[in-house]
Write a protein that binds this ligand. Structure first.
Ligand code: PNW
Length: 461
C-alpha cells in the first residue's frame, strides 16, 4: 500500500459562482460572470449560474455529503459581491451570514475550511467604475474586501487563498476573452496579472500585520500550471519547455519567491511587461506561506520554427504563443478527458519536482486536480466512473512518488466536490466526485467519490 502522512490534508474544492446559484438572493450584487454569461453566445447555450447547484440553499446537505466522504478539508470561495454588492461600501450582512453558517457547519463536522477570497467572480460595479483589473487602484479594493473577510471569518478560518489562478484571469479573461470580463488583447494580460500580484501582496500584508499574529492562520495563492515536456532532446526544445513554464507559473511565482518576473519574460516582452515599484515588491516577495498548485494536464513544447504561425487557443492553454516562441502539441497516444486535456500523471510528478527545485522546496498543496468525463448527464453512466478513479489513482500515485523524491507536498484537493457550472462550457463538462442532476438538484455519489473516501479512511491506496 502507498501510505501518506496521517496529517496529509485530503480535500475537495469548489468555487462560489460555480455552485451557489441564488445570484439575486439576499442582496447579492452582480459579478462580471453574471454579465458575461448574459451575453448571447459567450457561454454554451447561453447557460448561466443563476441556479447552478443551488448550494446557497443546500449547504447543509452538501456538508453532510463531505462528512460522509470523510473529507478533512473543503476549499470554497467567497463571492465578493455577496459581501459588498457594489464591491465596496456597505456590508451586506445576509451575505456574511451565509458564509458564517457554512463555516460553522464545516467546523462542527471536523472539516477544515480553506477559503479562497477571489475565484474570478469580480464585482460588476467595480468593473464598470474602475475598469477592473486594469486599474492599479484595484489592489486597494481587493485589500479592503479581504480585510472584511479576515475580520468576520478569521476567528474560525485559518487557511486562506488570496487568488485562484491569476493566469486564467489574465490570459483567458483579458487575452483570449473566453472568460469574463471577455477582454481580447495582447497586452492587457500582463497588466491585469501585475495588478493581481499587487492585490495579492496587499491582502497578505494586511493579514500578516493585523490578523495573523492573533488568528495564527496561513495564507497563500493558488496558481495553475500544467507540465511542459520538451518535444525532442534538442537544446532549443528543452529551452522552449522551460520558457513555457516560466510564462505560465513563474510569471506569478517568481515575484513571490524570487522578487521579480522571470528574465525570459523581461527579455521577450520588454516594456510590455510592467515593472514593480520597490514598495510593490516589498509586499509581494515572500508573500505566500505555502505553494498552492492547480494542475490538470501536460503538453509537449517545442521552439516555434521560423515563419511558423501558431494560433493561440483556449484549449491549448499556452498564453500568447508569439510572446513565448513556443509551439505546444499533444502526444497522440495520450488518453484525453472531456476537456481534451491529456491524462499524464508523470507530468504532475515532474512539475512538483521542478517547482520544488526552483522555489527551494516550499510546502505545496495541490489545490485542484481532477477530470471531466463525457456522457455523465446520465446518472447511471456517471456513477460508473472507473476512468475517473483511474485518473485519481494515477495522479495521487504521482504525488506519492514526488513526496518520496523530496517534494514537501502536504495536501491534495480534488476538483471538484460535485458537478457544477464549468464557466463558458456551462453544464456540459462534469468534473464532480458527486453527480448533480441540474433539473432536480439531486446529488448522487459516483464511484470515484467512494474510492476517494476509502483512500482518505485508509490514509493511502
Ligand atoms: C480551473 N487552462 O480552471 C478553475 O480553478 C476551476 O474553476 C475550473 O472549474 C477547473 O479548473 C476546471 O476547468 C481552469 O486553460 C481553466 O489551463 C482553464 C485552464 C486551467 C484551469
Amino acid at each position: 500500500m502507498k501510505t501518506f502522512n496521517p496529517d496529509f490534508v485530503w480535500g475537495a474544492a469548489s468555487s462560489a459562482y460555480q455552485v451557489e446559484g441564488a445570484t439575486t438572493t439576499d442582496g447579492r450584487g452582480p459579478s462580471i460572470w453574471d454579465a458575461f454569461s448574459s451575453i448571447p453566445g459567450k457561454t454554451y447555450h447561453n447557460q448561466n449560474a443563476d441556479i447552478a447547484c443551488d448550494h446557497y440553499n443546500r449547504w447543509q446537505e452538501d456538508v453532510a455529503i463531505m462528512k460522509e466522504m470523510g473529507l478533512k478539508a473543503y476549499r470554497f470561495s467567497i463571492s465578493w459581491s455577496r459581501i459588498f454588492p457594489t464591491g465596496r461600501g456597505e456590508v451586506n450582512e445576509k451575505g456574511v451570514a451565509f458564509y458564517n453558517n457554512l463555516i460553522d457547519e464545516l467546523i462542527k463536522n471536523d472539516i477544515t475550511p480553506w477559503v479562497t477570497l477571489f475565484h474570478w467572480d469580480f464585482p460588476l460595479a467595480l468593473q464598470m467604475e474602475m475598469d477592473g483589473l486594469l486599474n492599479p487602484a484595484i489592489a486597494d479594493e481587493f485589500a479592503n474586501y479581504a480585510k472584511l473577510c479576515f475580520a468576520r471569518f478569521g476567528d474560525r478560518v485559518t487557511h486562506w487563498i488570496t487568488l485562484n489562478e491569476p493566469w486564467c484571469s489574465a490570459m483567458l479573461g483579458h487575452g483570449m476573452g473566453s472568460k469574463a470580463p471577455g477582454r481580447v488583447s495582447k497586452d492587457e494580460p500582463y497588466i491585469a496579472a501585475h495588478n493581481l500580484l499587487r492585490a495579492h501582496g496587499k491582502m497578505v500584508d494586511i493579514y500578516r500585520r493585523e490578523f495573523q499574529p492573533t488568528q495564527k492562520g496561513m495564507i497563500g495563492i493558488a496558481n495553475n500550471c500544467d507540465w511542459r515536456e520538451p518535444k525532442t532532446d534538442s537544446e532549443l526544445d528543452k529551452k522552449a519547455a522551460e520558457r513555457a513554464l516560466e510564462f505560465f507559473v513563474s510569471w506569478f511565482a517568481d515575484p513571490i519567491y524570487l522578487g521579480d518576473y522571470p528574465a525570459s519574460m523581461r527579455e521577450r516582452l520588454g516594456e510590455r511587461l510592467p515593472t514593480f515599484s520597490d514598495e510593490d515588491i516589498a509586499l509581494i516577495k515572500n508573500s505566500s506561506d505555502f505553494f498552492g498548485l492547480n494542475h490538470y494536464t501536460t503538453m509537449l513544447a517545442e521552439q516555434t520554427h521560423e515563419g511558423e504561425v501558431v494560433e493561440d487557443t483556449i484549449r491549448g492553454n499556452g498564453g500568447i504563443s508569439e510572446d513565448q516562441m513556443v509551439t505546444l502539441s499533444k502526444d497522440p497516444s495520450w488518453e484525453q478527458t472531456d476537456m481534451e486535456w491529456s491524462i499524464v500523471p508523470w507530468g504532475c510528478k515532474k512539475l512538483l519536482l521542478w517547482l520544488s527545485e526552483r522555489y527551494n522546496y516550499p510546502d505545496i498543496y495541490i489545490t485542484e486536480n481532477g477530470c471531466a468525463l463525457p456522457d455523465e448527464d446520465d446518472v447511471n453512466i456517471a456513477i460508473n466512473d472507473s476512468r475517473r478513479v483511474d485518473f485519481y489513482r494515477g495522479y495521487i500515485d504521482a504525488c506519492h512518488q514526488a513526496i518520496e523524491a523530496g517534494v514537501k507536498l502536504k495536501g491534495y484537493f480534488a476538483w471538484t466536490l460535485m458537478d457544477n457550472y464549468e464557466w463558458e462550457e456551462g453544464y456540459t463538462k462534469r468534473f464532480g466526485l458527486n453527480h448533480v442532476d441540474f433539473t432536480t438538484g439531486k446529488r448522487t455519489p459516483k464511484q470515484s467519490a467512494i474510492w476517494y473516501s476509502t483512500l482518505i479512511k485508509d490514509g493511502g491506496f
